[in-house]
Design a protein around this ligand. Structure first.
Ligand SMILES: *Cc1c(COP(=O)(O)O)cnc(C)c1O
Length: 360
């Protein structure tokens, strides 16, 4: 069986060795030494000043929205995981979908201004598959219209843009450290703020809104356990190796699928890609379903990611149209992609894909 992803694990012995001291200290959560150590290492690697490690990416989004006082209409992308829209709805805001670019599948910054209403307070955009949004343009629009910017960087771990971590852009960026993501702590995430004041706020919010006996504000619980942080500390030293291996698999796929009637997201050039996913866009929904089925018959599991286009979620109040996102969502398939995927396995997968595509 080949799954769409395969969580990278340290050796069992290394993990056990890491967590052994906990049986002495009995300090298992509430910003223990492992959580703080992981935060320190992440900040150092990504050269960031204000990063808080939290329990998952969706809570990171929700806390970010609260900390920035986001209300009313929020401009967002329809091509993302449901957590992006979900956080907006859960925080009582109204998602206003702006269609995506045909090349990067990120929000189309040229269409943002037309969607701004008197109630708009923020833009929440996703760096899709680890590719950067049009950061300069979004920043300019936000400044001109006094909007907050949150980047959902769940896919963008270790992505660099103009020589800086992509998480250093916007008012707040978030990341996910879920087991299916590039870097993981089983469940986990991070909130990266652009100033100290915001960082203090999100720290407070993530631990019920209090510091010891001082109950300052409302909060939630987004704390992390030492068992999760220990997993992160075990995976952390392997990151560069993981990305190198992913790059090799990525290039193999690209080579095998050359010259077919397929589309791949093509980001504007930037250094520091992280090889987070291997998405392929086919000519039609029928082709996708046929190939997904053929793969499945060989015990190979791909994923329609992202599908559906989020403007089509059945629980939304109004029907907003995003034709580009809708057509990409119908036709996209993420092929199995992880560091240990062998040449033989890539060969098998690409043979099935080749057999299924309509000849151009
Ligand atoms: C995975 C993901 C999330 C949610 O992260 P969790 O850690 O699973 O809560 C949010 N946005 C995007 C784009 C994602 O891919």
């Amino acid at each position: 069986m080949i799954n769409v992803t395969r969580t990278y694990l340290p050796s069992f012995e290394d993990y056990c060795k890491m967590i052994k001291p906990l049986w002495e200290t009995r300090w298992l959560t509430n910003r223990g030494t492992f959580a703080l150590e992981l935060e320190r290492k992440l900040k150092e690697k990504l050269e960031l000043n204000h990063l808080l490690y939290v329990n998952n990416g969706m809570m990171a989004l929700q806390i970010a929205m609260k900390a920035l006082g986001i209300k009313g209409d929020v401009i967002t992308t329809p091509f993302s995981y449901v957590a992006t829209t979900g956080a907006i709805l859960w925080e009582g805001c109204n998602p206003v979908f702006v269609d995506i670019e045909d090349q990067t599948y990120c929000i189309d910054a040229d269409k943002i201004e037309a969607a701004i209403t008197p109630e708009t307070t923020a833009i929440i955009a996703t760096h899709v598959f680890g590719f950067p949004c049009n950061i300069e343009k979004i920043q300019a629009i936000a400044e001109k219209n006094q909007l907050k910017v949150i980047y959902d960087g769940a896919h963008a771990f270790n992505t660099f843009y103009n020589g800086k971590s992509i998480f250093s852009y916007g008012d707040i960026s978030i990341c996910s450290f879920h087991a299916t993501k590039l870097f993981h702590t089983v469940e986990g995430g991070a909130i990266i703020c652009n100033n100290k004041e915001l960082e203090e706020k999100v720290l407070l919010y993530h631990q019920f809104g209090h510091l010891y006996d001082d109950y300052k504000e409302m909060g939630v619980n987004a704390k992390v356990s030492e068992l999760h942080a220990a997993m992160g500390l075990c995976v952390f030293p392997l990151i560069d190796e993981i990305i190198e291996k992913r790059k090799a698999v990525f290039e193999l796929y690209k080579h095998e699928l050359k010259g077919l009637n397929l589309k791949f997201p093509t980001p504007s050039s930037f250094e520091g890609y992280n090889y987070a996913y291997f998405p392929v866009v086919f000519d039609s929904k029928e082709t996708v379903l046929k190939i997904k089925q053929s793969l499945q018959e060989n015990e190979i599991f791909s994923r329609r990611y992202f599908y559906p286009s989020l403007n089509k979620l059945p629980y939304l109040k109004e029907n907003q149209l995003c034709p580009v996102s809708e057509t990409i969502a119908e036709r996209v398939l993420c092929l199995p992609f992880y560091p240990e995927l062998s040449e033989k396995e890539v060969g098998l997968i690409t043979r099935i894909v080749k057999n299924g595509v309509v000849k151009s």
